[in-house]
Design a protein around this ligand. Sequence first.
Ligand code: AMP
Length: 119
Amino acid sequence: MAYDQDNIFAKILRGEIPVEKIYEDGFAIAFPDIDPQAPTHVLIIPTGPYESLDDFAKNGTVAEIAGFWRAVGAIGRQLGVDETGYRTLANTGPDAHQEVMHFHVHLFAGKKLGPMLVR
Ligand code: AMP
């Protein structure tokens, strides 16, 4: 499946949809989720056109992959949640209910987050 240049995160990267960027470097940007599910709920996306974690893991360069995950850790520290803790989640494909087809990592924090999945 080809990357859809009109997905909402591609538009955010091009500056066509405004967001409050809380982090930006050459590899990633981060901004608050529009529908937060925790006191802190941030989305971290790579600057390159990758539709999913699978696409990114398969086709991202080593520099992009390293830079992206360095950014995720830096954002946790920037938010001040590296010691209290946080959860990252990347929905991939239909069973995981991925809605936006640009790879993104959710970062949740700010309360006890409970068990991983509803059983
Ligand atoms: P997922 O289900 O993992 O694909 O998550 C997509 C996320 O994008 C959801 O949590 C949405 O609330 C969030 N979202 C959609 N549009 C925007 C937007 N314009 N700004 C910030 N977050 C958004």
